[in-house]
Design a protein around this ligand. Structure first.
Ligand code: GRG
Length: 349
């Protein structure tokens, strides 16, 4: 029997993030502002995709009772993600004024406090991962911690960022598609993959299920980053909550290497591969399938050149993914637009 798509309450995740960022004492020193900056960076929006991946993967392997067991990983990864965005927006990196439709953390609190807020969120993430674990949970918590630490550090997100920045300083560097996709898989893919893998581990999945969800996360990460690169070219600040910055920061992107059309095709292929990885889970993985269709909150086929957005006849229409996530900013133009699928390539559904 088909069971309906299920998803762990985003409100529950939000409450847990709020609880973890609650300071109960009275602070009369610089830490008061530090907490304010940490709360601002985490609680001021975000689709909570990584948290949702963790709780959904726990659900897929262990059912509804297993999903809350992934909450420590869900919160930890959202904290690590928030820290990476704070640091990425700094003048020394992307120099971005806007994030999630609001002034970026350093624009609101200054560079020094923004750096410290990022540092404190990164360490708080690991405190949460270890906190209040029942003795029988210790082994899975430890394994999830290792997965997340590895994905966040030099072998994953930080390493990918270092490669990306290095390339941006070398305009003559010869970067091919394979190198770009490998860098993506570290910079943004690793944390998305770790969300899935850690969720599956905490949910009590067996080796096969954990591997399948890890593969799903790898493909989803690719679809996500290519779509994000396309949004940087074709999106606008109302849709994305941030200003396009890849070109001004000399960033090498998928459209720059592959062109727009091939980038869209690659994003669709990656989304299809992510969905194929879920074959063993049947309809219990429906929410994960929906997430793969809209990896950044908008499905890859929506990322069209401005000319098509501005009213050209759609090639084809397909059903939008079911609503599982709140977009940060919903542009009525985008959310009500038909799903335009390029004639040459259609995401299978
Ligand atoms: C600074 C250590 C360090 C690492 C930075 C991930 C990263 C590495 C930087 C982020 C750069 C960036 C904006 C990449 C595009 C992909 C991305 C992470 C977009 C934001 O993720 P969403 O859309 O954000 O999930 P929300 O706001 O919904 O949480």
């Amino acid at each position: 029997m088909n069971r309906p798509a299920w998803h762990f309450s985003l409100q529950r995740t939000e409450d847990e993030l709020e609880r973890a960022l609650q300071f109960d004492g009275v602070l009369n020193d610089g830490r008061a502002q530090l907490w304010e900056a940490m709360r601002y960076a985490v609680l001021g929006g975000g689709k909570r995709m990584r948290a949702q991946l963790a709780t959904e993967c726990a659900y897929v392997v262990g059912g509804e009772n297993a999903a809350p067991r992934a909450l420590p990983a869900a919160c930890a990864i959202e904290f690590i993600h928030a820290y990476s965005l704070i640091h990425d927006d700094l003048p020394a990196m992307d120099n971005a004024d806007l994030r999630r439709g609001l002034p970026s953390t350093h624009r609101k609190f200054g560079d020094a406090l923004a750096i410290l807020a990022g540092d404190a969120l990164l360490t708080l993430a690991f405190e949460i991962l270890c906190k209040d674990a029942a003795p029988e949970e210790m082994a899975t918590r430890l394994r999830a911690t290792q997965i997340i630490a590895q994905a966040a550090g030099e072998a994953g997100m930080v390493g990918g960022q270092a490669i990306d920045i290095d390339w941006s300083h070398k305009p003559d560097a010869r970067i091919d598609g394979e190198m770009l996709l490998a860098m993506h898989s570290m910079k943004t893919g690793a944390l998305l993959r770790a969300s899935c893998e850690a969720g599956a581990v905490l949910g009590g999945g067996d080796q096969n299920s954990i591997k399948a969800l890890r593969d799903y996360g790898i493909h989803l990460g690719r679809a996500f980053q290519i779509t994000d690169d396309l949004l940087d070219v074709n999106g606008n600040v109302q849709d994305t909550g941030k200003q396009a910055s890849d070109e001004s920061n000399n960033k090498i992107t998928a459209p720059a290497i592959f062109g727009l059309e091939k980038s869209r095709a690659l994003a669709c292929e990656a989304a299809d591969a992510a969905i194929a990885s879920l074959a063993a889970f049947g309809s219990s993985a429906q929410t994960l399938k929906d997430l793969a269709q809209a990896p950044t909150g908008m499905p890859p086929p929506m990322i069209l050149p401005k000319v098509l957005r501005s009213g050209a006849t759609p090639y084809s229409c397909c059903a939008p993914p079911s609503e599982t996530r709140k977009p940060v900013i919903t542009s009525s133009k985008i959310s009500s637009a038909p799903c335009l699928v390029h004639s040459a390539r259609r995401c299978s559904r």
